[in-house]
Design a protein around this ligand. Structure first.
Ligand SMILES: [Zn+2]
Length: 456
């Protein structure tokens, strides 16, 4: 992974290689500006030439992939840095639901009267649930943060599952459906969305799905999307060239699978026939969070280009690139070849900044214990990255990681190898102050030799 470089006045220069970073540090020409992501600041350099960099974004519900890359005019794309940003939307949702439940108990329990507080507020326009707003906010925080570390001049976002421009009036137009071509992936994503990412016949999810002709080509079926469904392998091969009604009436395997998934053959057949004629409603294809993110990205003033999930998948499979969130972000948009994608990924985990509430509760909402008033202990705070060198005792050794402070002055440190407990504050030094995120490096899948080793 490339190392970020700033000039003397803290303005971003081109990221450099790890080898060059090591040399700059050894010769005393640079100082470490930031550990995560690793950033150097040159002591002498004032100006400096920069090239245009692009930040690719693949938004996901649990993890958003970010890729810093350089596009050249002839369609070559060079990957510089990869990031996986892990969101905490599910924790936020859980915490809010729990708080609501505790309040509800206090209203019904034999306590003083409390007015209900759930239906008396209006929501401003464009309101997003806190768990979803958090995804937008953290992605934007990292777009801004990376813009201060590298000369980013353009953004690329995966906005939609499939390209509506390419599939204009998809139900009516005859697309030459071809496995492996760009249009093929757009059609596939469209069908996945239309049939709810499960087998159109038996309703099985969690299985590889194949594109299927309802009226087979051999019986004069067309290539129109209205004649295509998405089906599991069992259904696809069992149906073969039968008409739809015969397949539902006779196939034993299908009946068994329908039963497992809680459907009856008649209602399911009815649903398939009805849905075949209906085009995918626009609303169901729109992911609100992605659009909010898109508008937020546009507000940065940088040019934002958008592309479809179909194209990302086409690029990834065409170039034989493994599926990770960060590499998906590197495959967003149009380009010919991808270079240097075998770099370490920095996983950034949103951890929050602790709780405002000082009382810890049991699952029934009764007090279990109390947090201390102040957050700092001996100058350390939970979330700081520390290095501890313990000279003697049971925990002798050197540890680097995220610290959890205790009032006693004996801290817990979360290292890459696991947690160590009871480390005295006397042995700890801060290497980076807590910023609400936890970090660790994930080596590349096809790592060869010493490439991708972290400096630090
Ligand atoms: Zn099936």
């Amino acid at each position: 992974m490339a190392v970020f470089v700033l000039n003397k006045h803290r303005q971003p220069l081109m990221p450099c290689s790890e080898k060059r970073a090591r040399l700059l540090l050894e010769r005393g020409r640079a100082v470490v500006h930031k550990r995560y992501p690793f950033t150097l600041r040159l002591k002498d350099r004032v100006g400096g030439d920069t090239q245009a960099l692009r930040l690719g974004i693949d938004p996901g519900s649990k993890t958003t992939g970010l890729a810093l890359m350089r596009d050249t005019a002839d369609g070559q794309r060079h990957v510089l840095c990869l990031f996986d940003l892990n969101h905490r939307g599910f924790q936020i949702k859980k915490a809010l639901a729990q708080r609501a439940a505790f309040r509800r108990r206090r209203r019904s329990a034999n306590l003083r009267y409390r007015a209900p507080r759930f239906n008396n507020r209006t929501r401003p326009q464009g309101w997003l649930a806190p768990s979803l707003q958090h995804r937008v906010d953290t992605v934007m925080a990292w777009v801004r943060r990376l813009s201060t570390l590298a000369p980013i001049t353009a953004l690329s976002q995966e906005l939609v599952c499939f390209d509506t421009q390419k599939l204009k009036n998809p139900e009516l137009s005859s697309v030459e459906y071809q496995q492996g071509a760009l249009l093929g992936y757009e059609v596939r994503e469209y069908l996945l969305e239309k049939w709810g990412r499960e087998c159109a016949y038996c309703g099985t999810g969690d299985t590889p799905l194949e594109v299927e002709h309802v009226v087979p080509r051999s019986r004069g079926g067309s290539n129109r999307v209205s004649n295509l469904v998405i089906a599991c392998h069992d259904c696809n091969s069992a149906k073969s060239s039968q008409p739809l009604t015969d397949f539902f009436a006779t196939d034993k395997g299908l009946r068994k699978r329908l039963k497992v998934n809680g459907h009856t053959a008649d209602t399911r057949l009815d649903r398939v026939q009805r849905q075949l004629k209906q085009p995918l409603r626009d609303a169901s294809a729109v992911n609100v969070t992605r659009w909010v993110l898109f508008n937020a990205l546009k507000a940065t003033g940088l040019p934002v280009s958008v592309s479809s999930g179909g194209r990302t998948k086409y690029n990834r499979l065409r170039l034989g690139i493994p599926k990770t969130h960060a590499l998906d972000a590197a495959c967003v948009g149009a380009f010919d070849t991808l270079h240097d994608w075998q770099v370490t990924t920095l996983t950034i985990k949103a951890m929050g900044r602790g709780s405002y509430q000082r009382t810890r509760l049991t699952k029934h909402g009764f007090p279990r214990g109390y947090l201390m008033r102040q957050k700092q202990v001996h100058g350390f705070q939970t979330g700081d990255m520390v290095k501890a060198i313990v000279p003697t005792g049971k925990t002798v050794g050197s540890y680097t990681g995220r610290v959890a402070v205790r009032k006693t002055g004996r801290f817990n440190i979360q290292t890459e190898q696991g947690a160590v407990q009871g480390i005295s504050h006397k042995y700890c030094t801060v290497i980076q102050r807590g910023d609400g995120y936890g970090y660790h490096l994930t080596p590349s899948i096809n790592l060869t030799g010493g490439a991708g080793q972290a400096v630090a």
